[in-house]
Write a protein that binds this ligand. Structure first.
Ligand SMILES: *Cc1c(COP(=O)(O)O)cnc(C)c1O
Length: 344
């Protein structure tokens, strides 16, 4: 499979916008900058940000053990996913495959971009149905979305399933690893170089505790990254975000300590949930949330809101009848959640 053959013709021939900072890159140098029509009075953000987020990528590359040219950063994962759609999917012609129940943005982005979305349900054990996926795929199937650990089910897909799909699906495989830092399974990042069609997305929104700054990450071959770089908005990650992200990455120990705490709290939460009489099932989780099946999800959801606790009702999702998704909070929040669950 050649990546080039998967790219839309208009993107292949696109001449990207060239910003002032693309044409003169040494923005940290001692020059007088009169090239971007900025206000010259310093206030910390009067200058445009680095369009390539060089320092953030350098640190990330070190932590994740990938090359800097294998990274693209975006305004949240959502922007990164949208760029992938726009690079590979021709509106009204191509299609993508998703595996519900899963993250809702893949479908929304397909709809926005006028791309057909083909759904192949996960099995009852929440694993990909490999045979059905390959049957539904045709020559216009450009992207397969795998979310592992999956939202909202919480489980990771087996290594074997992912491996088979990576080597047999004739298009791009986007592996969404938004929750990988909570997982007992290893990231697929270390195998990035083995699969030219693999794109891995991660985010600073979950384990890194930075949902507010909007930083999504895409890892892929340098070939794919250079295609996405061509179409991204020139200054898509703002200066404040880059600054905050860098600081957090330089204190990666703090992140790891928080992940440890959350995982400990997750175990405690699961144990306590076992004592709630109307909780019929607690699904195995590899993420910072727990999916549970209850007697009546709509009723329990409303009762919890009444008590001031907001969780996610997933009962309308396929295979998720009467399920609720609970994010792991602090020790105090777990205590209040369990008390509320028992009181109702
Ligand atoms: C939360 C989440 C994301 C993160 O999206 P951002 O735009 O980076 O905040 C991505 N994928 C999944 C499956 C998620 O649950």
């Amino acid at each position: 499979m050649k990546i080039k053959d998967l790219v839309r013709d208009n993107i292949k021939s696109l001449k990207p916008y060239s910003s002032a900072r693309d044409e003169f890159k040494e923005f940290n140098s001692d020059m007088i900058f009169l090239d971007a029509n900025e206000n010259p009075h310093e206030n910390g953000v009067n200058r445009y940000p680095d369009p390539q987020q060089t320092t953030v990528k350098k640190e990330l590359a070190k932590i994740k053990k990938v090359k800097e040219n294998q990274i693209l950063l975006g305004n949240g994962s959502d922007e990164v996913l949208d760029l992938i759609f726009r690079a590979f999917c021709e509106p009204k012609q191509d299609n993508i495959i998703t595996l519900p129940p899963t993250y809702g943005m893949y479908k929304v982005l397909a709809n926005i971009n006028n791309i057909e979305e083909r759904e192949v349900l996960l099995t009852k054990g929440f694993e990909p149905s490999i045979k059905l996926i390959l049957e539904r795929a045709d020559k216009n199937s450009k992207i397969l979305f795998l979310c592992s650990p999956n939202n909202p089910t919480g489980n990771s897909f087996s290594k074997e399933s992912i491996e088979v799909l990576l080597s047999t699906f004739n298009g791009i495989v986007v592996l969404d690893e938004a929750y990988i830092d909570f997982s007992s399974k290893k990231s697929w990042l270390k195998r990035l170089n083995e699969f030219p069609n693999l794109i891995i997305t991660q985010t600073l929104s979950k384990a890194y505790g930075m949902a507010g700054i909007r930083l999504g990450i895409c890892y892929a071959s340098s070939e794919i990254i250079s295609i996405l770089n061509k179409i991204k908005p020139p200054y898509n990650v703002n200066k404040l975000t880059q600054k905050k992200a860098l600081k957090r990455l330089l204190n990666i120990g703090d992140v790891k300590a928080e992940i440890k705490k959350i995982l400990k709290e997750r175990s405690r939460l699961i144990k306590k949930l076992e004592d709630v009489e109307y909780v019929e099932e607690i699904y195995k989780t590899d993420a910072n949330f727990v999916l549970i099946k209850v007697d009546d999800a709509n009723k329990r959801y409303a009762q919890l809101v009444e008590k001031g606790i907001v969780i996610r009702n997933r009962t309308t999702q396929p295979l998720c009848d009467n399920t609720l998704r609970l994010t792991v909070g602090t020790k105090k929040e777990t205590k209040l959640l369990i008390k509320a669950l028992k009181d109702i």
